[in-house]
Ligand binder design. Sequence first.
Ligand code: M7G
Length: 311
Amino acid sequence: MRRDNGNVSTNAEANVQHPLSGFELKAVLRESARDKTIFLHGKVSSGSENCNDAVIILEKTPFQMDTVSSLLKNDPELKLQLKNDIYGVYHLSPSPELNEIKTTVICPASEKHIKKYLQQEVYVIHETEDDYKAITLPYIESQSFSIQWVYNILEKKAEAERIVYENPDPTNGFVLIPDFKWNQKQVEDLYLIAICHQRGIRSLRDLTVDHLPLLKNILEEGKEAILKRYSIHGNKLRIYLHYQPSYYHLHVHFTVLGHDAPGSSVERAHLLCDVIQNIESNPQYYKTRTLTFALREDEALLKKFKELRDI
Ligand code: M7G
């Protein structure tokens, strides 16, 4: 299915240009040998006049239990690296279908996308209620990432076939969908997001008692839907919001406990069950509390804090 809205996904049958057409590497933004991931800045040409900046993320995918034995059956090609007594180390070259590299393409990528993936020093900020009003809110209103992709999901213009669960209520409903960081091939790195239908809830800071029914629906119905679809019980899930998020339309992350998902560290992740309790005990909790988070060196928001506060 192809839609002619430029922001919407297309499939292989549609006659569209290859997403990496004319790829040229500009810079390696970041890489991690531990995570087997590399973040690249490149130029992609989509037609002769257009030469777009792109961010490309390459990631070796986790092994899948059900296919791992096919890697080793029928005497696959092995190149000996060393043999010593009972110890042997080999290079195995599996067939392409067992050797997938997850490839995420963001194109055209803005300067902000490129900075998001660049390796940088990070600094802790303690944002008071006044800081939020004077610094963070004006910043969010002037230069946050486009959330068109979120509206495309909510309006079923993109990823509609991937929706795992929906509560269609416009005030207290949400869509539960696999995060684009997850290839859905194995539950060991399960990652879904619940995106609320209601527009205008930017982040944790906007949450009040009015949002408790929505938050409770996300928590309970999200867990139920994941149990039903993936047989993962709620007591195996880390369910949290980011502060600061990258995209200012309220959404909740669901990741499996054993998976050390990016952004699950204490300076960014707020457990949904704690958020609900905090609001129940103090309706103004997220409006008034100082919230702590980390910002990367190059981020415009950090510059604003440095200009206006003594940090
Ligand atoms: P966030 O806390 O706003 O920012 O989370 P982060 O990306 O810095 O964590 C947004 C979440 O939405 C992330 O986990 C992204 O991987 C995910 N995400 C972003 N985009 C653009 C898409 C998309 O187009 N589709 C889906 N399914 N997930 C996305």
